[in-house]
Design a protein around this ligand. Structure first.
Ligand code: NAI
Ligand code: MG
Length: 502
């Protein structure tokens, strides 16, 4: 029997969840019986033990997914029926909004006020959006020069998809991955991040309740180098989709290449520029730039981590920005505190990595304008931090920090600004703040990024594609574009009276 855990929230509520691996719509223990501890990052205390998948468990999950693909899902369930099941899942997410949000906040640390109004509602919206596509992802008929043939394409499911997700938006990344995969008829083996497995386990109960047939969606908790690596190199997984670090993204591609050449989509990091022009609405730009870096404790792949402020407004802008950061420092607390905006970093390891970046920044000669310290005396909180006068090749100007640390630059000449903004390995996102709409659009078109915001930041919609240029990734999630990453295009050529060549 797989285990259960009772979670106690600071608000007094409790939730009991199953902690096994979810295979064939049943919670089962790991074959070798292993479990690992899950920590509340606001306190550093263990809150549950969950099953830990090994490569053997991945094999079992893949067999279940393969069987379901052949026998019940894929082309066996009418597309409209797949859509209907996913719609039901979206409804169940809405009905369980607050419980899911509480689990997410306890496990990840993010404010409940945000998980309950943004993360979980976005999960429902994403599932519902892709549910709508289930019976609308058609091929085309294609006219060619000769009249004696008939040509059309079909968008067929790829098969069994392995999906590996991170810990920064555990439930939302779960939804981004499973919704397009299931809507298009694939079956799934998904591995959650070892730091944040709990909300997905609650989701598994809803998946069974929604009527997703056994084997269609298998969810395992486990570690990257074991369970994740087993997915990436599995010979019977047809596609792998990954969100996480660039380093691991490269390993996934290598594993796919040296196993069965499974299809790969990657959503990796960024070092996204935020550009403020002198004609921007300053208060708005300050607020968006702050949200751009401090939202989710800076643990956002598209965070605006490099800020470029035009020289003529620099001093005024920085004064206002500093005030805003001071305000957020006062709202840096346990996610269940009413006025929490910035929670802890997700783990001791992430906390240490960020503090190391801050120390390196100081040694590299950048000016620490604000913050830079641990916040509070327990958990993994870090003060909102600003660096100025940062050397171009400083590590903090080049590498993704993934924490509440902003690097600020001054700019004068627009051409040079664009070159500096694009001078990065990455190309996930960018933001421009200006009231001159034509200028905003001109700059947006010159930036090498998969997403450009004008006068906002971090706002995403299920309908609009998201993904990276350059080392930020391969493929697109969200929107109609995501469907192409979960379907094989088959071209059918039908002879209409054409004679054989010999
Ligand atoms: P990570 O890339 O190690 O973890 C992400 C996922 O990949 C987890 O589910 C993990 O178990 C899995 N994984 C790890 N090693 C694997 C392997 N060899 N094969 C298959 N799967 C594997 O990221 P980590 O260490 O948690 O964070 C490090 C940095 O990565 C962060 O500081 C941040 O810069 C970046 N990151 C970016 C994210 C994004 O949204 N693009 C999300 C999480 C991290
Ligand atoms: Mg946790």
């Amino acid at each position: 029997m797989a285990g259960k855990a009772t979670l106690s929230f600071p608000t007094g509520e409790k939730s009991t969840i199953s902690t096994g691996l979810f295979i064939d719509n049943k919670f089962v223990p790991a074959l070798d019986g292993k479990t690992f501890g899950v920590v509340n990052p606001s306190t550093g205390e263990e809150i549950a033990q969950v099953s830990e998948a090994s490569a053997k468990d991945i094999d079992v999950a893949v067999k279940s997914a393969r069987k379901a693909f052949k026998e019940v899902w894929g082309e066996k369930t009418p597309a409209s029926q797949r859509g209907k099941i996913l719609m039901r899942l979206a409804d169940l997410v809405e009905q369980n909004n607050d419980e899911l949000a509480r689990i997410e906040s306890l496990d990840n640390g993010k404010p409940f006020s945000i998980s309950s109004t943004f993360d979980v509602p976005s999960v429902a919206a994403n599932i519902r959006y892709f549910a709508g596509w289930a019976d609308k992802n058609h091929g085309k008929t294609i006219e060619v020069d000769t009249q004696s043939d008939f040509h059309y394409t079909r968008h067929e499911p790829i098969g069994v998809c392995g999906q590996i997700i991170p810990w920064n938006f555990p439930l939302l990344m779960f939804a981004w991955k499973i919704a397009p995969a299931l809507a298009t008829g694939n079956t799934v083996v998904l591995k959650t991040a070892e730091q944040t497995p709990l909300s997905a386990l609650k989701m598994c109960e809803l998946i069974a309740e929604a009527g997703v047939p056994p084997g269609v969606l298998n969810v395992v908790s486990g570690f990257g180098p074991v369970a994740g690596a087993a997915i990436a190199s599995h010979m019977d997984i047809d596609k792998v989709a990954f969100t996480g670090s660039t380093l691991v993204g490269r390993n996934i591609m290598k594993a796919a290449a040296s196993s069965n050449l499974k299809k790969v989509t990657l959503e990796l990091g960024g070092k996204s520029p935020t550009i403020v022009c002198d004609d921007a609405d300053l208060d708005n730009a300050v607020s968006w730039a702050t949200c751009g870096i401090l939202m989710n404790s800076g643990q956002v792949c598209c965070a605006g981590s490099r800020l470029f402020v035009q020289d003529t407004i620099y001093d005024k802008f920085m004064e206002k920005l500093q005030e805003k950061f001071t305000m957020i420092k006062g709202m840096t607390k346990d996610g269940f505190a009413k006025d929490s905006f910035q929670g802890p970093q997700v783990s001791q390891l992430q906390f240490d990595r960020i503090m190391e970046h801050i120390e390196t920044g100081k040694k590299e000669g950048a000016t620490l304008r604000q913050g830079g310290n641990r916040h509070g005396d327990k958990g993994y909180f870090i003060e909102p931090t600003i660096f100025e006068n940062v050397p171009v090749d400083a590590k903090i100007n080049r590498e993704e920090i993934f924490g509440p640390v902003l690097v600020v630059n001054k700019w004068k000449d627009e051409e040079e600004l664009i070159a500096r903004a694009n001078d990065t390995l990455y190309g996930l996102a960018a933001a421009v703040h200006t009231t001159h709409i034509r200028k905003g659009i001109e700059i947006a078109h010159k930036l090498q990024a998969g997403t450009v915001w004008i006068n906002q930041h971090n706002m995403l919609n299920p309908q609009v594609p998201f993904g990276g240029f350059k080392a930020s990734g391969i493929g697109r999630e969200l929107g109609e574009y995501a469907l192409a990453n979960y379907t094989n295009v088959k071209a059918v050529h039908l002879a209409l009276g054409r004679q054989p060549p010999i």
